[in-house]
Design a binder for this molecule. Structure first.
Ligand SMILES: NC(=O)c1ccc[n+]([C@@H]2O[C@H](COP(=O)([O-])OP(=O)(O)OC[C@H]3O[C@@H](n4cnc5c(N)ncnc54)[C@H](OP(=O)(O)O)[C@@H]3O)[C@@H](O)[C@H]2O)c1
Length: 277
């Protein structure tokens, strides 16, 4: 029996409608983004974020700085946005040019406006089990799993990938939902032995078919985070043929991707509400 496809696109659309309603209630919500340099992929991501923000009525301002910008100049802009009462969320698009230290820059954003959830204070709160802003992709994945009523309590969850933006935060969220979580990475021995045990399998590696059909437990819920541009178009990290074995699976595109942007908007509305009470 082929797996049910998880409709991330459809759910993200519904979430955006809900968020639009909340924005109307609040009155005015502002998001500021900063893009340094002219990386074409980052330009696409930033445009998508602005389009989505505008669709739900969030006022978004797109700040562009040249790749040669100094730390001081970038710091000044972040400080201005931190102090600007009309700005609820501040987002610095990654990657930054090599002369700027991303870990350092993220600490300059006021943690109350850190809608990406990358500031160490927000990462720490997630670690402590008291999340404030959760990185958007991880939040989107948990929202999908809940929407599809996937049982997490007591489930064996395996996360492949341990990045700060996806693997680690999604592992912590699954743990807080009482799943038994295994985190795999590039040094894991016998990856298949782990993935085959997974009732819930989240794959965030960035390599097509790193998980093949034989590595999936029959009936498992499979979340494919990968976005790989191949000659055949956009592909995930999981062999699409795994849909014949899984119980539920996210398509690529149309699975996790749209949920990431919807979750960023959700975080922005959360920031606006927090700042107003
Ligand atoms: N759909 C979305 O909205 C969205 C959002 C974010 C990212 N993505 C996509 O998700 C993928 C992962 O992104 P990321 O930022 O988390 O990537 P990343 O920072 O490069 O991390 C990749 C992780 O995969 C692990 N890994 C690499 N090769 C492996 C292997 N052969 N077996 C097991 N683990 C392996 C790495 O292990 P080590 O730690 O040992 O190096 C690392 O932890 C990319 O395709 C990215 O484009 C999609």
């Amino acid at each position: 029996v082929a797996a049910r496809l998880i409709d991330g696109k459809g759910l993200a659309e519904r979430l955006r409608a809900e968020i639009a309603e909340e924005v109307r209630e609040i009155g005015d919500v502002g998001l500021a983004t900063i893009l340094v340099g002219d990386d074409p992929a980052s330009d696409v991501y930033i445009r998508r974020k602005h389009d989505a923000a505008q669709e739900v009525g969030i006022r978004s301002v797109d700040h562009r700085l040249p790749a040669t910008v100094t730390e001081e100049e970038l710091g000044r802009l972040i400080a201005e946005l931190n102090a600007d009462d009309s700005v609820d969320g501040v987002l610095v698009q990654s990657p930054l040019p090599p002369h700027l230290d991303e870990d350092e820059v993220i600490q300059w954003v006021n943690y109350e406006k850190d809608v990406d959830g990358f500031h160490p204070d927000n990462a720490g709160l997630l670690y402590a089990g008291r999340p404030r802003f959760v990185p958007a992709t991880a939040l989107g994945i948990l929202t999908l799993l809940k929407e599809y009523e996937v049982v997490l309590e007591g489930a064996r969850a395996v996360v492949v990938g341990r990045s700060v933006i996806v693997g680690k935060p999604v592992s912590l969220l699954l743990l807080s939902e009482n799943a038994t979580v295994t985190i795999c990475h590039s040094r894991t021995k016998d990856l298949a032995a782990h993935t085959r045990e997974a009732d819930v399998l989240v794959v965030a590696v960035g390599r097509p078919k790193v998980v093949t059909t034989d590595m999936v437990k029959p009936g498992a819920a499979v979340i494919d985070v990968g976005m790989n541009r191949t000659g055949e178009g956009l592909r995930g990290d999981v062999d699409p043929a795994a849909a014949e074995v899984a119980g539920l699976i996210t398509p690529v595109p149309g699975g996790v991707g749209p949920m990431t942007i919807a979750s960023l908007l959700r975080n922005t509305v959360t920031a606006a509400r927090r700042r107003r009470c």
